[in-house]
Design a protein around this ligand. Structure first.
Ligand code: PEP
Length: 258
């Protein structure tokens, strides 16, 4: 049984004091839900403060990015070793990094390897652009992103994948539950080909792209979808908590039925 996971990617939002306020509002409510893994991704500069405030709770912490070198003359970068002291998870290959910071498959691959090496759990983001989707190339694109991101990674047990169609991120235009379920099913079959049926069965694959309180149920009802990577809606405590609550109720019901 895969434990559902809801990740809140705060992106480049919140000052340190706003981050403290947000997590203080979320903590008592999120902490009551224990059958869903909850991971917050504040900006780097708030990791320590947020980490202090969730200490002793069931809420976990992740970084939005990392550099692949362990240390050295890389001004402004943050290394996996530095992060491993502060948090458990890291988002890698988010489409905003691919688009605005020219992250290639090769860079994403180095980051995945660097994260795994220090015991950080990567959430690897993959997904097609609108033109690729319209040209019917979704499966080809996500298969290629998987292949390049995971080249040389021989034991991806702590890896989580987020299927995030680029056209759905921050646009308010989410995929349908059915579309996302189909592509995630395809990604799982590719993982089985790359690794094994067992690894594919156990790997958590999330959907991301304009998930809100109103469409969360539709995604969580899908058997292939193990949770969500939430951007905009993770910046409002009540909305993020409601998405986690819906996930708990729906996945709990589905597991009783099976
Ligand atoms: C994201 O940040 O990965 C994301 C899916 O953002 P949003 O929920 O705002 O579309």
């Amino acid at each position: 049984m895969r434990v559902p996971l809801i990740a809140g990617n705060w992106k480049m939002n919140t000052t340190v004091s706003e981050a403290i306020e947000l997590v203080s509002e979320m903590r008592p409510l999120l902490d009551q839900i224990d059958d869903v893994e909850k991971v917050l991704y504040p900006p780097f500069i708030s990791l320590a403060a947020v980490g202090e405030l969730i200490r002793g709770s069931s809420i976990k912490l992740g970084a939005q990015n990392l550099y692949f070198e362990e240390k050295g003359a890389y001004t402004g970068e943050i290394s996996p070793l530095m992060l491993a002291d502060l948090c458990e998870f890291a988002i890698i290959g988010h489409s905003e990094r691919r688009q605005y910071f020219n992250e290639t498959g090769e860079i994403v691959n180095k980051k995945v390897q660097a994260a795994l090496k220090v015991g950080l759990k990567p959430i690897l983001c993959i997904g097609e652009r609108l033109d690729e989707n319209e040209a019917g190339r979704t499966e080809e694109i996500v298969a290629e992103q998987l292949r390049s991101s995971l080249a040389g990674v021989d034991y991806p047990r702590s890896l989580i994948i987020a299927y995030e169609p680029v056209w759905a991120i921050g646009t308010g235009k989410a995929a349908t539950g059915k579309q996302a379920n189909e592509t995630i099913g395809f990604i799982r079959r590719k993982i089985a080909e790359l690794y094994s049926d067992e690894i594919a069965r156990d790997m958590r694959i999330l959907y991301g792209g304009s998930v809100t309180v109103t469409n969360a149920t539709e995604f969580m009802q899908q058997p292939e979808i193990d949770g969500a990577l939430v951007g905009g809606a993770s910046l409002k405590a009540s909305e993020f908590v409601s998405i986690v609550q819906q996930t708990s109720q729906i996945k709990g019901r589905l597991s009783e039925e099976s």
